[in-house]
Design a protein around this ligand. Structure first.
Ligand SMILES: [Zn+2]
Length: 301
């Protein structure tokens, strides 16, 4: 009988990183005019083509981002002007590349998880077939031993009568047929094992690739990274956005950086637009955001 060999070994992989983005607040040089005395006029500087975002789309995002500030201030504190001196730049940076890589890793992991699940189901099929095969082998071996004992008994007596001899011959042919059938089962099981092992090899190779990407990603971004900043220096005023994963995040970053451009600092509520970390959702201002706006712009409530 052929032995059934299973060489199944899974590599256990991966914990993926949920990187938390935070806003980098580059301290602005003192403004020449008091905050909110004039509206911040922004325009589009440069958009790295790798963002795949048109100027008009970015402008529409910025208009969504400025709206809550203008509404809360009861006047225009930030507005788009084609010639606006505050330039908004979407800069493709290592962080951005890391974000793309992060998405890439997520996609790879989904494929990996699906491939692993399908291998697990093949492995369960293998276990069932192997158990059935081993039970059939045990039953065959018992029948085969009984047959041999019977043959030995009659041989010891100098041979069996014709009728018994015929019965034993029939048993022998039946046993041979069972043996051939078991050999076919073993071949089927072994080809299943080969298939599983090839799958495991492919899966492990995929895991190795994903792990390499994760390591690149981790060294590129660390635990957290800057999504954008507002800079006001001798070169002028600009908002630089370094990375975003989806439009909703980008709008929040823009709203936050516009807040800095208006003159606002950070506030302590994690849900706030002006919190240091971009961990909230949506564009609605919190009480703290509004209080900061009113304090900086000297708006009496
Ligand atoms: Zn900030």
């Amino acid at each position: 009988m052929n032995a059934v060999k299973a060489g199944i070994e899974y590599v256990l992989v991966l914990s993926v990183l949920g990187a938390t983005g935070y806003f980098l607040y580059t301290k602005a040089v003192p403004l020449l005019t008091p905050p909110c005395s004039t509206s911040v006029e922004y325009s589009i500087g440069s958009i790295d083509p790798r963002y795949g975002l048109s100027t008009s789309t970015l402008v529409s995002y910025l208009k969504e981002a400025e709206a809550p500030w203008n509404k809360a201030a009861g006047k225009t504190v930030a507005t788009y002007m084609e010639t606006g001196s505050l330039k908004v730049n979407l800069v493709y940076s290592e962080q951005q590349a890391a974000t793309s890589l992060g998405k890439n890793i997520d996609a790879d992991q989904k494929v990996y998880v699906a491939a692993k699940a399908s291998l697990e189901s093949l492995r369960r099929a293998f276990e069932q077939q192997k158990n059935a095969y081993e039970a059939a082998v045990a039953s065959f071996n018992a029948a085969s031993e009984a047959y041999s004992a019977e043959v030995a008994k009659w041989n010891a007596r100098g041979g069996a009568p014709k009728e018994i001899f015929q019965q034993l011959e029939n048993q022998k042919r039946s046993l041979e047929a069972r043996q051939a059938s078991l050999a076919r089962d073993a071949a089927d099981i072994n080809s299943l094992v080969t298939k599983i092992n090839q799958g495991v090899t492919a899966l492990n190779a995929a895991a190795k690739k994903i792990n390499a990407k994760v390591s690149t990603y981790n060294s590129a971004v660390g635990d957290d990274f800057d999504q954008g900043d507002y800079v006001s220096d001798a070169q002028g005023k600009r908002i630089n956005v370094f990375e975003f994963t989806k439009a909703a995040d980008l709008k929040r970053v823009l709203e936050h950086e516009l807040g800095h451009a208006i003159g606002l600092g950070h506030v302590e509520n994690p849900a706030s637009i002006m919190y240091s970390y971009n961990v909230g959702s949506g564009l609605a201002l919190t009480e703290e955001d509004v209080a900061e706006l009113k304090a900086v712009c000297k708006i009496k409530s």
